[in-house]
Design a protein around this ligand. Structure first.
Ligand code: CDP
Ligand code: CDP
Length: 222
């Protein structure tokens, strides 16, 4: 019986996880699990229902009545297209606030484990290699200096919104990294067996080549 392969890509915000995960999944013909999108969806659900992402009982309500549909590259929450909305900065912040709660993490953990299917998955997030898929076949951890990551996120966001500033993006990113790294539940930390790749200087093509080398060493061939 064939067993689904699992590749995890963890790291802080705007380090290139999503871009690399998408490309890798497409090249390998694997399914893509964007775990951050799930936390973002719970956050939007909370905000729409005027629930406070910092309060555990509110967070629990937000994860319980979640009606999500994925369609190609789009995601719908309660029938509304929220593809662009889930990337907004206020949602990033609320996602990291809601991600602190054990009840939220537990609910999404079950969903993510059930997502595993043949021939394999590429999962990106914060705790894919440490908590959700500790037995993954290949584990990657991307890092980059904060200024570079803030610049990258600013570029992405300013395509859709006119009123974003680099300063605001920078401080939001620093706050969020601190919250994600210091929380009790599944803090952001490389798995002991993860291969760490610094993306501060390398181009996307160079980072992808390093990732592919690691994937091949892990016995997975495109
Ligand atoms: O998923 P994550 O938040 O880690 O980052 P991303 O949204 O995949 O990447 C942030 C931006 O950095 C994207 O616009 C990428 O095109 C860009 N980028 C990269 O991912 N890797 C590089 N080596 C250089 C730029
Ligand atoms: O794209 P970016 O790296 O900025 O964020 P994301 O991966 O979409 O994740 C948004 C937020 O969800 C993070 O700041 C974390 O607080 C939370 N998250 C998490 O706790 N665990 C994960 N596996 C993925 C995301």
């Amino acid at each position: 019986v064939p067993i689904a392969k699992i590749i995890t890509i963890d790291g802080p915000s705007a380090v290139g996880k999503g871009t690399m995960a998408k490309r890798l999944a497409s090249e390998l013909g694997y399914h893509l699990l964007d775990s951050g999108a799930l936390y973002r969806l719970v956050a939007v659900n909370a905000l729409q229902q005027r629930l406070d992402p910092n309060i555990a009982s509110d967070a629990e309500k937000a994860v319980q009545n979640l009606h999500v549909e994925f369609d190609d590259d789009k995601v719908y929450l309660n029938g509304t297209d929220v593809t662009t909305k889930i990337r907004e900065e206020n949602v990033s912040k609320a996602a990291s606030q809601i991600a602190v709660h054990a009840s939220v993490r537990r609910a999404l953990f079950a969903f993510m484990q059930a997502f595993v299917k043949l021939p394999g998955i590429v999962a990106d997030g914060r705790d894919m290699g440490t908590v959700v898929f500790p037995h993954a076949d290949v584990k990657l951890f991307l890092t980059a200096v904060t200024a570079v990551r803030a610049e990258r996120r600013y570029k992405q966001l300013s395509k859709h919104a006119k009123n974003v500033t680099l300063d605001a993006v920078f401080s939001e990113l620093v706050d969020r990294d601190a919250r994600d790294s210091t929380r009790d539940e599944a803090p952001l930390i490389p798995a002991e067996d993860a291969v760490v790749i610094d993306t501060s200087v390398d181009t996307e093509a160079q980072v992808y080549e390093k990732i592919m080398q690691t994937v091949r060493l892990g016995g997975i061939l495109p």
